[in-house]
Design a protein around this ligand. Structure first.
Ligand code: GLC
Length: 629
């Protein structure tokens, strides 16, 4: 066994072994470019391991083999992506997300839905976890028993690869989850680890008694307190194993480089099926250290960068999307070309709902002003809601500047969205309410949270407004499929045993066939919402100012109005203004005097005279092409 040594000796040796073994030229060029970085990361992560160099060499060999097997069409795509590295920042990008079984019955149903995806203009489709997982509750597939087998109820891996190719031909990139923080307790590695099979004992964090679990739990957070307290669960033999989420989702031990190697193998396997974006699940939790929260530790970043470097060698066209639903400072820390190129934007999502509840846009406005900027070559994924709960992840220090006290404000928002507060239009359900800490989160479909279910007059407008923001702030907008036709909550989950304990199922309804049938009928909420959103989607696609991420916050001097400019090339910009209040509001002419008075309403296709100010109806939003003086 040989430990890693800093400096270039290890790298030179691995590269020369690759050359003598006759590695392909393109792979060698990629390895020359990215191995030094991977090596450095390995030194930092695994410098003290006696087997460090062996592990690194075998990861590189894995990458080499994976490249050899990579289908020609995907290598062509790699080259295309490398020559247009900003492809995902285009104004034409539009994402959709759905559960394969709920939305389409299986992978073949997803293929049949491609014409509809084209009608919507999707360029990115995130299929929720579709791998083999335990029967009954599997956390919606987030407990993976095999990364190489599709859940037989949905289809096969061959079908997934074919679907990826069909989607690609339709201009849609396939996105799947890379659930690499944990596996299910039924995964082969898990079974072997518990049985003490040599080579697998250290794949997870297993302790003989409560001593270490107690020590860790002094500083860790409870994520699913309804399921089990703390971060550990007890095995049948009395030992304790780390399980951040459900008791059947066991956290992998990345301090062991064999775990990194094994997971890199699964990642490259998925890459070669034609997946174009990997959604990196639960990134904040992947490294643990005693005495810390065990969230977002520096090593979590190093690990992601190491996975990224492996990808650059063997499947360079792929992107990582970070799923970090944490403090906004931490969210951005995962975003860089070398780490995750795209990331959910949980702050904008949560603050859109915050603004609608309070009828006050200032926190959202402040976030757009100071927390929107990203490094070059990266992008936000902006969404109105996801398959998960809404957590109020704004920074207390930001809120304090506006005189808002974070703790009671979160309580208010939770009460508001579960319909407990006065003036609430929402029909949400509480998720993981923790009476000990007062913490809770909220679930519900967009239509139910926005007021359509409650019959509130502003419901449809709010759905449109929330989407109009997600579509216009920059990056990749992501639709939760079914929300574009105003699907409502599915309370039936409470009668389904595998779902009853997890209120997130309330907002994961089966494909709302009736709403889809109604989508051309302006007499229905589905029809009205669909036609208004379709118009916004069409305008977004043909508005180059919406590409990229550059955004200049525009102070409307009205608390209920969120406004910003998306600059374009030639002195033009798009001014987006949204009024979250239940009554009309306007931006006055003086405030607008820095803009040329002749403007164009992009949605209505009508000229606008800014000299008279801009009027916004209750929950109204406008996209205006303006000229900056
Ligand atoms: C992510 C998923 C969530 C899941 C958790 C554990 O946060 O979005 O649905 O419960 O990871 O895998």
């Amino acid at each position: 066994m040989t430990p890693l040594s800093p400096g270039s000796r290890d790298v030179a040796r691995i590269l020369s072994d690759l050359t003598t073994s006759g590695a392909d030229r393109e792979f060698l060029a990629n390895a020359e470019l990215h191995l030094p970085r991977l090596h450095e990361l390995f030194v930092r992560l695994y410098g003290d391991r006696p087997d460090g160099l062996e592990r690194l060499a075998s990861v590189v060999d894995l990458a080499r083999r994976s490249w050899t097997e990579r289908p020609r069409a995907l290598k062509a795509l790699d080259r295309e992506r490398e020559s247009t590295p900003d492809w995902f920042e285009s104004e034409r990008m539009l994402g959709g997300v759905c559960y394969v079984d709920r939305y389409a019955g299986g992978l073949s149903g997803i293929r049949d839905a491609i014409p509809y995806f084209r009608e919507l203009g999707l360029t990115y489709l995130h299929l929720m976890p579709l791998f083999e997982s335990p029967e009954g509750n599997s956390d919606g597939g987030y407990a993976v028993s095999s990364y190489r087998r599709v859940n037989p109820a949905l289809g096969t891996m061959e079908e997934l690869a074919e679907l990826a190719a069909d989607l690609r031909r339709a201009g849609i990139s396939l996105v799947v989850d890379f659930i690499f923080n944990h596996t299910s307790n039924e995964h082969e590695w898990a079974r072997k680890a518990v049985a003490g099979v040599s080579g697998f004992e250290d794949f997870y964090l297993i302790f003989p008694d409560r001593e270490m679990p107690d020590a860790y739990e002094r500083t860790t957070r409870e994520i699913f307190p309804d399921d089990h307290p703390g971060s550990f669960v007890q095995l049948d033999d009395g030992r304790w194993i780390w399980a951040t989420f459900y008791h059947f989702q066991w956290d992998l031990n990345y301090a062991n480089p064999s775990v990194f190697e094994a997971m890199a193998g699964e990642m490259l396997f998925l890459a070669n099926q034609g997946v174009e974006i990997l959604r990196m699940d639960a990134v904040a939790f992947i490294w643990k250290r005693l005495g810390t929260t065990c969230e977002s530790l520096p090593e979590a970043h190093l690990l992601l960068q190491a996975f990224n470097a492996v990808l650059r060698m063997a499947a360079p066209g792929l992107l990582f999307k970070s799923e970090a639903i944490v403090h906004p400072d931490e969210v951005v820390s995962y975003i860089s070309p070398d780490e995750c190129q795209v990331s959910y934007n949980p702050l904008q999502m949560a603050l859109t709902w915050e603004a609608l509840a309070t009828r006050d846009g200032r926190l959202l406005q402040q976030a757009l002003e100071r927390r929107h900027t990203l490094p070059e070559g990266t992008a936000w994924v902006n969404y109105v809601r996801s398959h998960d709960d809404i957590g109020w992840t704004f920074a207390d220090e930001d809120a304090a500047e506006l005189g808002i006290d974070g703790y009671p404000h979160r309580r208010f928002l939770n009460d508001f969205y579960v319909g407990r507060a006065e003036g609430s239009f929402a029909r949400g359900v509480a998720f993981q309410e923790n009476p000990r800490t007062g913490d809770a989160r909220v679930t519900g479909t967009t239509a139910s949270l926005a007021g359509i279910e409650a019959g509130d007059a502003g419901g449809e407008d709010r759905v449109v407004l929330a989407h109009a923001l997600a579509l216009s702030t920059g990056g990749i907008p992501l639709l939760y499929l079914g929300d574009e036709v105003a699907q409502l909550n599915d309370y039936g989950y409470a009668d389904r045993p595998a779902e009853a304990g997890d209120s997130r199922w309330v907002h994961r309804p089966f494909r709302p066939g009736r709403n889809y049938d109604d989508r051309t009928d302006a007499e229905t909420p589905a029809g009205r919402v669909y036609s208004r959103l379709s118009r916004l989607l069409a305008v977004r696609r043909s508005t180059p100012e919406f590409a990229g991420n550059e955004l200049i916050a525009f102070n409307a001097h009205v608390a209920s109005i969120v406004a910003f400019l998306r600059p374009g090339d030639t002195g033009f910009a798009v001014l987006v203004a949204a009024n979250v209040a239940d009554s009309p509001a306007s931006i006055d002419a003086v405030t607008l005097s820095g803009l040329h008075p002749e403007a164009l309403d992009l949605v209505a296709s009508t000229p606008v005279w800014l000299g008279g100010g801009i009027a916004l109806p209750a929950h109204g939003v406008r996209w205006l092409r303006v000229r900056v003086r």
